[in-house]
Ligand binder design. Structure first.
Ligand SMILES: C[S@@+](CC[C@H](N)C(=O)[O-])C[C@H]1O[C@@H](n2cnc3c(N)ncnc32)[C@H](O)[C@@H]1O
Length: 245
């Protein structure tokens, strides 16, 4: 089992990663995404949608949206929220590389550092190749992640985050394999229990991901430092990649 295929891990970390504030933030991010792409998409696919934070945001704006995710636990959370909020969305339980859409999309999103998880670099390239195939001509792929430049700038030795519910998360991040891989170890201390989780994924520089997107067949690639379109520079918060077919 890969780290990202471990439902018990998502269950333990759910309250920290996906609290109410994170859902409110995702709703704002949907508005930012729509402004950044400068189009109203007729169909959206959210790749690795998790608990559906952005699926809900798009559905609230009456946009037809499909979310795909490997985690049954997270997808179940998404389905419950869609139903509680009386929204309409299509949710698919699948590995990204097994997913076979029946139609094409105007916008494909991949948000909150959900790219680069496959252990084989070719598989990560394949995700981009597929996204390009699944877009209508003129459609957009939008990826929000952190870049290698930011990882190198921001990486901290062991540090701790305290959550509102009192949980403590200790992290031990590293950039390994000639800075190709971001490897992290989380220890969550909740009351008198501790949970440990190790994960790693590829990190790409702006130039590296641009080359991958060109190889996938995208005609134009734009790089930003945030979803509101800031420059990708030394102050950038995120690596936001907008690729047009
Ligand atoms: C950091 S979470 C982000 C979730 C969501 N995009 C958000 O913003 O809330 C990463 C997500 O990627 C999903 N994921 C990881 N590998 C996957 C794969 N191979 N196929 C489908 N989903 C995957 C995980 O299940 C998880 O929901």
């Amino acid at each position: 089992m890969s780290w990202f295929d471990d439902n018990s891990m998502w269950e333990v970390f759910y309250d920290c990663m996906f609290d109410d504030d994170s859902f409110a933030l995702a709703d704002e991010q949907c508005a930012q995404v729509l402004r950044l792409i400068g189009q109203t998409p007729g169909s959206i696919l959210d790749l690795a949608c998790g608990p559906g934070r952005h699926v809900l945001g798009f559905a609230r704006r009456q946009l037809p949206v499909t979310g795909v995710d490997l985690s049954g636990y997270l997808l179940n959370q998404a389905a419950n929220l869609v139903s509680q909020q009386e929204l309409t969305a299509n949710l698919v339980h699948s590995d990204l590389l097994d997913y076979q859409p029946t139609g094409r999309f105007d916008l494909i999103t991949n948000l909150f550092t959900s790219f680069g998880y496959y252990p084989d670099a070719e598989q990560n390239q394949q995700v981009l190749n597929n996204a390009c195939t699944w877009l209508n001509i003129g459609g957009t792929l939008l990826i929000d992640t952190f870049g290698k430049e930011q990882a190198a700038r921001d990486i901290e030795p062991v540090h701790c985050t305290e959550y509102d519910n009192g949980d403590l998360r200790f992290e031990r991040p590293l950039l390994i394999d000639q800075m190709r891989i971001y490897a992290n170890e989380w220890t969550l201390v909740r009351g008198n229990k501790a949970y440990r989780w190790e994960y790693q994924h590829y990190v790409y520089s702006a130039d590296e991901i641009t080359a991958m997107l060109k190889l996938a067949g995208f005609s134009e690639v734009m790089i930003y430092g945030s979803l509101d379109g800031a420059d990708y520079d030394l102050e950038a918060d995120r690596l936001v990649v907008l690729a047009r077919k």
